[in-house]
Each structure stands twice: as C-alpha cells, then as structure tokens.
Design a binder for this molecule. Sequence first.
Ligand SMILES: Cc1ncc(COP(=O)(O)O)c(C=O)c1O
Length: 388
Amino acid sequence: MKVAKRLEGIGEYYFSQKLREIDELNKQGRQIINLGIGSPDLPPHPDVIRTLAEESAKPNVHAYQSYKGSPVLRKAMAEWYKRWYDVELDADTEILPLIGSKEGIMHICMTYLDKGDEVLVPDPGYPTYRSAVKLAGGKCVDYKLKESNNYEPDFGKLEKKKLKKVKLMFVNYPQMPTGQLPSRELFERIVSFGKKHGILIVHDNPYSFILNEDPMSLLSMEGAKDCVVELNSLSKSHNMAGWRVGMLCGAKERIDEVLRFKSNMDSGMFLPVQLAAAKALSLGKEWQDDVNKVYNERREKVFELLNSLGCNYSKSQAGLFVWARIPLKYKDGYELSDDVLYNSNVFITPGGIFGEAGNKYVRVSLCATVEKFQESINRIGAKALVAH
Ligand SMILES: Cc1ncc(COP(=O)(O)O)c(C=O)c1O
C-alpha cells in the first residue's frame, strides 16, 4: 500500500527503532542498561493514585468528557500557573487540557500551517517539532543553538533571514536536550521578536520544575499573550508520563483556534485521570524538592560516568538529562553511543538525533537508579573503549 506523500521524509521515531534494537540485544542476553529516554521511573504522589482509584470506582465517571476538559482540571491548571509562574490565566477560556504536550505540538501545526508556511525550529531540539511541521505541510527553518551563545537563538542572524513566510517559532527553555535555563532577557527578546515579525511563538515548557529552583513561563513576560502560546505537561514534573496529561495556555482566540482542530481528533480524557491530575497540580514544594533530591543524587553519578568517557559538560543544566560534548577521538555522538552500547551494554543517546548541531554531543537521561548508573560506570570502566 502506498502511504501518503505527507509521510515522505518522516521516518519511524528514532527511539521507537532503537528500543527494538535494544530488545533484540536483550533477547540475546545482553541486559542493556538504557540511559536514553526521559521517562520518569518514579511513581506519582500516592494521593494522585488514590484519587484515580477512588474516582474510577464511581459509576458515573465513564462517559465521554467535554472537549475542553473538566472545569476542575482547568481550574487546577490556572491555579498552578498563578502559584508557580505568577501568570494569570482564565480557567474557562485560556487553558486547553491536552493528552500530553506532544499532541499539542501536532495540533498547533495542523491549526496554523498551510503548505509552504515556514516554522523556526531549534537545532538541537525536540525532534517532534520537526516532524509535526512536515506532517502538517509546513517547512522547517532551523535556527542553531550554540554552546558559545548559551544555547540561545542568535537574533542578529534571525533578523537577517527572510521571515515573511514564517508563521510559528518553537522555543523550549529549560531547553531539551542542552539543559540550558532561560534568563528574563532571553524571554523578553523572544517576545519582542515574535511581536515585531507577527510570528506565533510556541513555548514548550515541560522541564521547568526539574533541577530548577526558579520555574519560569514565557507567558509571564509583559504582553506575551499577544504572540505566545505555551505548552506544559505533568509527564516530567509529576512523574506521570504514561498518564498523558498536558496543557496549552494562551489567549482565548488561540485556544479556540486549536480546539477547532483538536475537537475533531479526540473526545477528551478519562475523567478520573483529569481529577487525579488536578490533585497532582495542587501538591506543594515538598513534592518537587523530594523529586529533585533524587535527580540530584543521580546527576552526580552521571557526571562520574561522563568523566569516565572523557566528555565535557556544564553542571548547571536543568531538566531530566545531562548534555555533554564528546572527546575528540570520536567522529560524532553516534560513534560514542554505539561504542558504549556494543562494548559496555549501556545505551546513551547520540546528540545528532536532535539536529546537526548536536552531532558532537551525547545526552544521558537521569531516569535510572543510582545503582544502574554505578553499574554503567563499572561496565564502561571495565571495557577498554575502541581506540581511535
Ligand atoms: C521538549 C519536550 N517537549 C515535549 C515532550 C512531550 O511531553 P508529553 O509527555 O507531555 O507529551 C517531551 C518529551 O520527551 C520533550 O522532551
């Protein structure tokens, strides 16, 4: 069967392929330690699980739900934005609950892009931005994020590009994969760039609570709602990646526009999941502190692992990963990743999957136990890595 043209140039998602290879290696008895994916291995708070269990035992919660999500969840999302980011959102009109923020990326592209419309995407950046733009018929225009520029866009260079056809720009701070935190100056520049050129800025903000004491929303900048929508998620901040709960926040008009598309795609989330998510959003700082304590300990081990590989990295990264520059003896991150996979049975992600600018880097996930990191360090130390 011939697939649609829109799938041309869209491969299977890298991790979907790689996990199959890792499964094969495991079947051969290799017991690979997977330090690739940012899927939190810790459970959500017990009250969240209790809410799901109690609510789903009720007889009247199993019907289709509102396309705009439960008012209880939208109110919890608005309160969460006020409490942590100091952003006022109208729970009725300025929030759209999502089945994870990943689907929101696709919905935004389908809502705004016509064939040939251009979108600024970060390199390195989350690969889904790129595929969603292409699937919607748009064209990606990469903007490089360089270590020497603190992984911020080079606005001088951007201003010199032809921007007439650019409708959207994806930004994401704390940045994945580089772990770069935003500054207020950076956020101000992004908003004024969007306003000046009539570009809708899509800020993807799922990592602001992980190893970061100062969560920031791009919507907290003055006048941001004129040109910004923000995606957020409970996947990382509340250990709920498999639950699929995210949100889109922004001006009423933008929310209505995206809802026009989304309401044709799905029929809302299971109500008990929404009520449990509302519970999660009401948790206090102790919750975030406990989660971060675990990630902090693990990160020390990751630093040790990266030292043993001869990689360089910044210690002030936020988010679920450590991003590190590879030593010169490797051609690129793919070579290092394969070397460690085939010789030490440890998988770490090659930076090149996030774009060409990531070629000389690797990314290590913090979603494994300290014992697994120690075992990885032992395995890597025990094997003489291939000499180049
Ligand atoms: C930068 C970035 N945005 C969005 C997502 C998707 O998150 P969600 O689970 O909310 O769909 C991820 C997940 O890995 C991510 O790294």
